[in-house]
Write a protein that binds this ligand. Structure first.
Ligand code: NOJ
Ligand code: MG
Length: 581
């Protein structure tokens, strides 16, 4: 089946790029962020999952020396910033998101000296290092928690404690609040004879943000790492910082009756509480003070919040930009709104929803995956890997890449017995649906045993797919590979960064199966056409009399960079970036 499309919009858009048309029913054109080009505004933030990136000492666990060994990979890829999932002291109940000492490195990953070494090398290579800041909860092994349990002076209210209720002579939790990791969010502590609140695992007690001492202690953690020399923070689980001080029961969502099902409760008392945003603005002040006092490059903050779009935007700051929050809050639109059988409409809507909601002065960002979600190649199809990397590369602002996306890595194979995800291993019967271990298996460096990740026994099994999908095979000049496409995209972004800081964006459904994303500034025009369907599609530009030069193509494409085209035949799942001339 072939369909013929006449693209007239591109010409009109190119001609009118300076005059901004907003909220058009068919497509969106919008002024991008402020024209200044601070380093982070057009950066690619590459997420390293340290435990699975590279193991230097053969214990089967990735570590800081491993990252040091492989830092040139980021440079080779063209990436200039990386955020590391937690490397701090931790019993590893939630793979490092349960921190027992915010100021030290877990021996699994190395030492403070290793981190120093990494920062120095990164600086020499021009790569920014961002750490994961986990403010909502600590490990139950943290000394603050131990002291709080013992009601030591100054620590009594560091966590969220409650006597609970007595029902029919039995003590029960104070309310119906549920943990993200299933079951009641309250755990009784024998020593203190009270319940403590934990949004996540039992071993992850929530800090009490209505206690100014907690706030100060956490700001000190930020200052400690800023002084250490890091370039910023990814801030974990921010919607959960505050809980309702009256501990009221959460209401059931309409039509739902199961109070033991987290999805049945409306989380008005445990999530997105109004003081949350002010807390983020306060954290931002700590960063800005450091940047100003020390006259250094901007230290950035990116927040992790799965929330309604209007709430997400509040993390950026207030609408007129006078109060600042996160430099950006992760845009999870391509994760939350696209499923296996996504359509062109879904992509266009995800883009438009974000762009319509983000105030003009803030910087957009685009995320395809992370350590909490199935890998994009598995979720949205490995044949679409290049198309999605192109989408996030061409869209305005920051691009976020989860390690492995540059080579099109799919999820690994893990059994419940081999898995570690605390919420999933509780119940093996649902492990396949709930576990996050699949997207956390070791990186595929090459096709030697254990994919070059470790000489020991990997903490999670290395995927059998490493034989066919690995960096060494893909990183060969002239070879058609996801990695070479990714490198070209990084080059493309670098070359047109300035242009992109000023331009306008459109997202259009060309046909049921072809999405077009355009970027326009003055006479420059770049478009991505991405065929998400299983049939050939023809895109022609006769009516606009516009000709295009091919800039980047997907692995299955027959076009080559530099080709001139005024018509394209897109193969199934082919994607091409073009420059108008
Ligand atoms: C979000 C992190 O990304 C996830 O891995 C973790 O389990 C929770 N926050 C709790 O810290
Ligand atoms: Mg909390």
């Amino acid at each position: 089946m072939k369909s013929y499309i006449f693209v007239t919009l591109a010409f009109i858009l190119a001609a009118t790029a300076a005059s901004v048309v907003k909220n058009d029913a068919k497509y969106i054109i919008k002024d991008d962020d402020s024209p200044d080009t601070d380093w982070w505004k057009t950066a690619v933030f590459y997420q390293i999952y340290p435990r699975s990136f590279m193991d230097s000492d053969g214990d089967g666990i990735g570590d800081l020396q491993g990252i040091i060994q492989k830092l040139h990979h980021l440079q080779d890829a063209g990436v200039t910033a990386t955020w590391l999932s937690p490397i701090f002291k931790s019993p590893q109940v939630d793979q490092g998101y349960d921190i027992s000492d915010y100021r030290d490195i877990d021996p699994d990953y190395g030492t403070l000296d290793d981190l120093k070494e990494l920062l120095e090398l990164a600086k020499a290579l021009g790569i920014k290092i961002i750490l994961d800041f986990v403010p909502n909860h600590t490990s139950d092994q943290h000394e603050w928690f131990q002291k709080s349990v013992a009601k030591e002076k100054g620590y009594e209210d560091f966590y969220v404690w409650h006597d609970g209720k007595v029902v029919d002579g039995t003590r029960v939790p104070p309310n119906n609040w549920l943990s993200e990791f299933k079951g009641s969010a309250w755990e009784f502590n024998e020593e203190r004879q009270q319940y403590y609140y934990h949004e996540f695992a039992i071993q992850q007690p929530d800090l009490n943000y209505s206690n100014p001492k907690v706030v100060e202690a956490m700001k000190d953690v930020l200052r400690y790492w800023l002084d250490f020399g890091v370039d910023g923070f990814r801030v974990d689980a921010v919607p959960y910082l505050f809980e309702d001080p009256e501990f009221k029961d959460e209401p059931l969502i309409d039509g739902c009756t199961d109070v033991t099902n987290k999805n049945c409760l409306d989380h008005i008392y445990t999530k997105d509480l109004p003081p949350t945003y002010d807390m983020i603005y306060e954290f931002r002040e700590v960063l800005d003070n450091f940047t100003e006092t020390n006259k250094v490059d901007t230290r950035v903050m990116m927040t992790e919040a799965y929330a309604a779009i209007e709430k997400q935007m509040l993390y950026y700051g207030n609408a007129d930009g006078t109060v600042k929050g996160a430099h950006f809050t992760f845009n999870f639109g391509f994760i939350s709104s696209l499923s296996k059988d996504f359509t062109v409409d879904d992509i266009v809507n995800a883009i438009r929803t974000w762009i319509k909601n983000i105030p003009d002065q803030y910087t957009s960002n685009w995320v395809l995956g992370n350590h909490d979600n199935r890998r994009v190649a598995t979720r949205l199809g490995r044949e679409n890997v290049d198309g999605f990397n192109m989408l996030t590369a061409i869209l305005p602002g920051v691009m976020v890449t989860y390690n492995g996306e540059e080579i099109g890595m799919e999820d690994g194979e893990v059994t419940c017995e081999e898995g570690y995800d605390p919420q999933a291993i509780k119940d093996c019967s649902t492990f396949d649906q709930t576990s996050r271990d699949f997207e956390r298996t070791p990186f595929h460096w090459d096709n030697t045993p254990n994919a070059g990740f470790t000489t020991g026994t990997p903490w999670l099994p290395v995927s059998a797919k490493a034989k066919d999908t690995n960096l060494a095979d893909q990183n060969v000049e002239g070879v058609s590979s996801h990695y070479n496409v990714y490198k070209q995209l990084m080059e493309f972004r670098k070359n047109f960064q300035k242009t992109f800081a000023l331009d306008t964006t459109s997202a259009i459904k060309l046909t049921d199966h072809v999405v077009q994303v355009g970027r326009y500034v003055d006479k420059d025009e770049f478009i991505l056409v991405f065929n998400v369907g299983d049939f050939e599609e023809i895109v022609d530009f006769y009516r606009t009399k516009q000709s295009y030069k091919v800039v980047v193509t997907s692995v299955n494409s027959l076009y080559k960079p530099g080709d001139s085209v005024d018509e394209l035949t897109l193969l199934p799942h082919e994607s091409v970036i073009l420059q108008g001339f």
